[in-house]
Write a protein that binds this ligand. Structure first.
Ligand SMILES: Cc1cc2nc3c(=O)[nH]c(=O)nc-3n(C[C@H](O)[C@H](O)[C@H](O)COP(=O)(O)OP(=O)(O)OC[C@H]3O[C@@H](n4cnc5c(N)ncnc54)[C@H](O)[C@@H]3O)c2cc1C
Length: 570
């Protein structure tokens, strides 16, 4: 089959906040840039962000406090140089977004309003009601469009072109027609977002299947800190759909079936506004102790009925709608059922402070960048603070774009050949012609349920070993799948099969990383190693996979700075 070859200065994969912000910078600097995305840009998961974006804007707040809260929240695993860069750039990032046209909610004085979020010493989450991500995504999309970005939407990127330590573009196909193409470029950037779909109970969009992670790791490149998954305290009972931390920020209180405000036991000072890992473990512990509410006793109550109804109607309207639609519970009148939900992935493709991808612990990959949730720069370490991730995507997306502009003219374009698409074409052909007996949705369900059961809020060596063997069996069964749709037009059965293999592969990184990390830190909690072990594990994990799915780890020192490593209490 003839493969079309496109040529660009830069190709950006992903049109969420990180990808669009980078593409805007590149295009504004006159670099011919293609944005490839499997969804329409405005359907990217960034648009689902509800609660806010952090910046130290309050009169009694400071950049240093924001940095400290972020480092403490990370359980001291964040790289402090990157945290300093992000937090000190946060106020300017908000002003930039506002100048671009984002309309933030205001306080009585007309200033940008800020609200409290978990794990933060001061209110600093700026917001647009509870639709912050959508407001920002629309703004950045409009502005990137205005600069003239070229968008290939409903295109699926399935491979990178990686030779001799250099990436020179991607192989992709048009989801509408299955037509393959090569996007040849001096610089390639991944901004493919999060990958919470590996878990049964999760808050993520269907598209969050971590494609980039397995595409990268299949080349022998490392993934960093994959064991650190954030379980958000408030997913709607049964489904995991997100009820933003804004619900606790505005004053929501947690109660168990006995009517106890149980956070008194777990975080007597911060209460409901302790950091997310702490609150999620408290909720899960109450449920395990038999103090859950609901038909299956698998949730706790969040109560907002004591608040002025106007707060709910003006600041949390979408959250109220979600709970009415999916649970039939109106937060104006009654408490609603919530439980921990897989929400955010702290690990990802390792990058340096300028978002260039690392080849190993000492070298970089030429022409390859990543930013946003798919990357690990690492500003969140072992646990991310609420409202720091939209900030990360927006700030580091722009920063990546600016960094690329500085070097792109010195990078030589390596000409692409038809051969560069061959491994993608082989994969597409293999999956499409598969005529076995296993079904993709069945395997996916088994993966998701077992990840929630064995690699969730509480983990043990035993549960993780069991999960490694479950994933390896699923990978074997995957070779015997069956695809009925043999057509070329919107073949979603084919796409879901490819995505499932990605999910299986990066799940193995999550579980193997968790098994090797014999301590508890941030979002990673081991019942059999319940304390933090700084002597052995104040380190980032770099994991590499071979073609037989064997994973080996290396450990790299954390970049420390002005904040001394301490015990973390709330
Ligand atoms: C429900 C919810 C609420 C949240 N609320 C907040 C909040 O209030 N504050 C906060 O700080 N954070 C929040 N977060 C986290 C935050 O929204 C995300 O981490 C951030 O928006 C990620 O942005 P991104 O640009 O990295 O990726 P995304 O916005 O997820 O974009 C990923 C892009 O990659 C594309 N893509 C992926 N794979 C492929 C492929 N194979 N081929 C082509 N294209 C591909 C997709 O089409 C998409 O355009 C929330 C997350 C969720 C799920």
């Amino acid at each position: 089959m003839d493969v079309q070859i496109y040529q660009y200065d830069a190709v950006v994969v992903g049109a969420g906040l990180a990808g669009l912000a980078a593409a805007r910078e590149l295009t504004a600097a006159g670099k011919k840039t293609a944005v490839i995305t499997k969804l329409h840009p405005l359907r990217s998961h960034s648009g689902a962000a509800q609660g806010g974006i952090n910046a130290a804007l309050g009169a009694d707040d400071s950049i240093e406090l924001h940095e400290f809260d972020t480092v403490k929240g990370s359980d001291y695993l964040a790289d402090q140089d990157c945290v300093e860069l992000m937090c000190s750039s946060a106020p300017e990032t908000i002003r930039w977004a506002e100048r671009m046209g984002a309309v933030f909610s205001r306080d009585e004085k007309g200033d940008i309003a800020i609200r409290p979020f978990g794990g933060q010493s001061k209110p600093r989450a700026c917001y647009a009601k509870d639709r912050t991500g959508l407001t920002l995504l629309q703004t950045v999309y409009e502005q990137a469009h205005r600069e003239g970005i070229e968008v290939f939407d409903e295109w699926y990127v399935a491979d990178i072109i990686y030779k001799d330590g250099k990436v020179s573009g991607v192989a992709a196909y048009d989801i509408r027609t299955s037509k393959p193409a090569i996007f040849n470029a001096k610089v390639t950037m991944f901004a493919t977002g999060g990958y919470g779909r590996a878990f049964k109970i999760n808050s993520n969009a269907h598209a969050n299947t971590g494609d980039a992670l397995s595409i990268v790791s299949r080349k022998g490149l490392p993934l960093e800190d994959m064991e650190f998954v954030q379980f958000h305290p408030s997913g709607l009972g049964g489904s995991g759909i997100l009820i933003s931390e804004a619900a606790r920020g505005e004053g929501g209180r947690l109660f168990n079936s006995k009517g106890e405000r149980f956070m008194e036991k777990y975080a007597p000072n911060a209460m409901e506004l302790a950091s997310r890992d702490v609150v999620s473990r408290a909720i899960t512990q109450e449920i395990l102790d038999g103090n859950g509410v609901g038909a299956n006793k698998d949730a706790v109550n969040i109560d907002l009925t004591h608040l002025d109804p106007n707060i709910i109607l003006t600041k949390l309207p979408e959250l109220r709608e979600l709970a009415i639609t999916f649970l039939g519970q109106d937060m104006l009148k009654e408490p609603i059922h919530i439980a921990a939900t897989a929400h955010y992935s702290m690990g990802g493709i390792p990058v340096n402070i300028n978002c260039q991808v690392r080849k190993n612990t000492t070298e970089l990959v030429e022409g390859f960048y990543a930013a946003g949730e798919c990357s690990c720069v690492s500003v969140h370490g072992a646990n991310r603070l609420g409202a720091n991730s939209v900030l990360e995507a927006l700030f580091f997306g722009r920063h990546a774009g600016e960094s690329i502009v500085k070097v792109i003219d010195d990078i030589e374009l390596r000409e692409a050949t038809q051969e560069d698409a061959s491994s993608m074409l082989e994969e597409l052909n293999r999956v499409k012609t598969s005529n076995g007996t296993e079904r993709v949705p069945v395997l996916r369900e088994e993966l998701q349920q077992s990840m929630t059961d064995n690699a969730g809020v509480f983990r043990t060596g035993k549960s993780l070993e069991l999960q490694v063997s479950i994933i390896k069996k699923l990978l074997k069964r995957y070779t015997n799948i069956r695809i009925d749709d043999k057509s070329d037009v919107f073949n979603t059965e084919l796409q879901e099969a490819i995505e499932l293999q990605h999910m299986l592969e990066y799940s193995l990184f999550i579980v193997e990383g968790a098994l090797a990390r014999e301590e508890s830190r941030g979002g990673h909690f081991r019942d059999d190693f319940p304390t933090r072990d700084d002597d052995k594990f104040l380190k980032h994990t770099y994991s590499y996979m071979d073609e037989n799915y064997n994973i080996k780890h290396e450990y790299v020192d954390v970049v420390l700075g002005k904040f001394e490593v301490k015990e973390r209490t709330y």
